[in-house]
Design a protein around this ligand. Structure first.
Ligand code: QUE
Length: 334
């Protein structure tokens, strides 16, 4: 066994990447981003490699995100260079996956959030199981849905992307296919053999084991999602949710009131802006946004509350969406 956090190997006609940091739910640190990038670049021109397959080790997660604790530590040290390196190289990897010259298959079993979405959603084939769990939960730590999510979310049906990006709502595997975040739904029991089947028969092997989808669990709320999250401002979204008067709307409102108020506002603007950008331009806009957001007091506080002290009781400043000044948000988005 190796203790490398990324294990890249050739297997028949495929290149295989195993994210191997299971205790951190395979969250990406800079060395893993660099190792993945190097493996993909090496296989891009290798005629013997027909496809790349990416998986997470440990059975619990594909990839839970990025090394956000390290970003917080760098921000508290005023270390702009490290923060820039992390996000620039992570987003370059996301773009490389999008433009990759051969099929890239993400086998997503377990948790797939944040940075995990970035190394899967731009892929040609994104396979989920009944145990997959997707989310863009960054408003909870006062970041914003990045890794190309400002490009991806506004392209989901209706206002689903705005709902997912602002609230961090979680989707199970089949729902992720309905939403367009994943492409195939395969029983977890068939996952162990899938890589070998792709190595032997090519990516068509995935369609061979895909199952019919159960119904979209958000189907009963799709109209309300569009009604509420399709509004032209965060203020109007809050008012629409209050007017809705259902349990679903009450829960969505509760989520929006719990996450960073400033983050809700810059996330709304970033997702709106991403609707008009291509992926490269969206990633560039995201990189500029990280230069401000990583140094916002809410980011240090959000990561403290969710990932460092784990008290899950962040003290946001300003504390309410209504108290955030438009000028502060405009400065972050500049
Ligand atoms: C919101 C987030 C993230 C999160 C939790 C949130 C996030 C992220 C992680 C994470 C999870 C496991 C790890 C790790 C980071 O958690 O972006 O290093 O081992 O990366 O509520 O946005």
């Amino acid at each position: 066994m190796t203790d490398a956090t990324v294990i890249a190997s050739r297997q028949g006609r495929i290149g295989h990447i195993l994210l191997n940091r299971p205790k951190a739910l395979n969250a990406l640190d800079l060395s893993m981003i660099r190792a993945m990038t190097a493996a993909l670049q090496g296989w891009a021109d290798d005629a013997a490699v027909h496809a790349v397959v990416v998986e997470g080790a440990g059975g619990r997660a594909f990839c839970a995100g990025g090394d956000i604790r390290a970003i917080r530590a760098a921000a508290l040290d005023g270390d702009k260079v490290s923060i820039e390196a992390f996000f620039a190289e992570e987003y370059a990897l996301n773009a490389l996956i999008d433009m990759y010259p051969k099929p890239y298959v993400a086998l997503i079993d377990g948790v797939c959030m944040g940075g995990g979405i970035g190394i899967s959603v731009h892929a040609d084939i994104r396979v989920t199981t009944e145990a997959s769990l997707f989310a863009m939960p960054e408003t909870a730590i006062a970041l914003f849905p990045d890794v190309g999510a400002t490009f991806m979310l506004p392209r989901l049906p209706g206002a689903l992307g705005m709902y997912l990006g602002l609230t961090g709502a979680r989707l199970h595997g089949a729902d992720a296919v309905h939403a367009g975040i994943a492409t195939h739904y395969v029983p977890k029991a068939k996952f162990p053999g899938l890589k070998d089947a792709i190595a032997a028969d090519g990516v068509a092997a995935v369609a061979g084991v895909a199952e019919t989808l159960p119904e979209f669990s958000l189907a009963p709320h799709r109209a309300a999602i569009d009604r509420c999250f399709g509004q032209d401002s965060v203020k109007a979204i809050l008012a629409a949710l209050e007017a809705e008067g259902t349990e679903w709307a009450h829960e969505a409102l509760h989520e929006l009131r719990a996450v960073s108020p400033s983050s809700v506002l810059w996330t709304f603007a970033a997702i709106r802006r991403g609707a008009g950008l291509d992926l490269k331009a969206a990633l560039n806009a995201e990189l500029r946004l990280t230069r401000h957001v990583a140094f916002h007091r809410d980011f240090a506080e959000g990561v403290r509350a969710m990932l460092v002290d784990k008290d899950r009781s962040p003290k946001w400043n300003p504390a309410r969406i209504e108290d955030v000044s438009a000028a502060d948000i405009a400065a972050v988005l500049a």
